[in-house]
Design a protein around this ligand. Sequence first.
Ligand SMILES: [Fe+2]
Length: 434
Amino acid sequence: MKKQNSMAKLVSMNGLQHAGYLAVAKTRAKVLKAFSYVIPIRRPMLFVGETSCDELCDMLINEGNTHVFIVTDAVLNKLGVPARVTNYLDKHNISYTVYDGVTPDPTFKVVEEGLRQSLEAKCDSIIAIGGGSVIDAAKMIAMAQGNDCAPQKLIGILKARKPATPLYCIPTTAGTGSEATLGAVVSDDETHQKALSIDPRMVPLAAAIDPIIMKGMPAHITADTGIDVLTHALEAWMSVNASVETDYYAASAVKSVMHYLPLVYKDGSDLKAREEMGIAAHYGGIAFNKAGLGYVHAIAHQLGAHYSIPHGRANAIVLPYILDVNRNASKKRLAALAKRTGIVKDSHTNDSNLADYLITQVRDLIQTVGINPTVKGMQVSDFDKIAKAAAKEVSDTYAVPTYMSASEIKDILMKIKQASDGLVNDEKTSDKVA
Ligand SMILES: [Fe+2]
């Protein structure tokens, strides 16, 4: 009896905690919505196609810049990717300095070294050539240089006082959409804890979507990054803070990913599909810039940090579970998306069927692009920490249609673990048979 009473107390305490969490999270969601209405977020000038890098350089030159700091990583530099820009700058007698020291999940040291080199070379503008890590590092260098401060001073919301050094971006993957967004993530050198800087001044002046640059991306990275785009768009679509504007970009991105990702996964040299995926990534970035993300990203960030899974793949693993969670609250929205994107054949059926059809299509796509939806080494002892951190990320940052308690998040983690253990066992069996 005593045990029953203490259990009842615990349940009601958890209920109270969850009610408190809900109230705080919903209030923050309203503040974020107000923030997105009051503070204008500019959109980068967008150049698309095989001459887009030249057009981006023309814009930079016409703005009167004379010495460009090119931010990239060592692999891309070795492959000669920056030559697409440096050859054009050479032709127009524009000098440049190349910094290829960006690592995945860049740390403050990476940003500080870039800032030091840019200042030493007296660069007046920056071109980022790379994936999300390179673009995030370049954003931080541009903001720190423009504000004459250490990058650490920019962590948080609206910390800048002055504009960033003019920043131009050429994404080499179709995923993060970072070239369109107002945030950048930097990791602490010792703890590897990630810190976020958010400021509309961080949005680059221009971006070039060049399918030739993206052509060499391996199929598995194309798949992972493509599902990241889909997740940005779906989370922005389901967000309570979605608007007519964000809906346009989110729906366009979903439609493109559903159609073009299987094509470009199959044939990486399909330039039309590459270009459309690049635009979809950019549109996904614009959509979540204002509408925000949700539990898929919150949980995926933790899976990535604990088990070293690439970001897009972690999203692919979590996405179907969160679509199921949101299915009832977002039924009408998902049905509307299924109709708007034209991915459903029979649009006269009811909302329940349309929502289910869309969710099935997403599951099928993840399978079609060869993503193994398993996580190796998941430990139940990690679940508490993961669930709390994910719940905090949602309550601090996002406006989701369904709020979950930490124990509901842990249920999802358990399902992922069970599915992973089952598939790992299957793999072992087939290894034995082979
Ligand atoms: Fe993402």
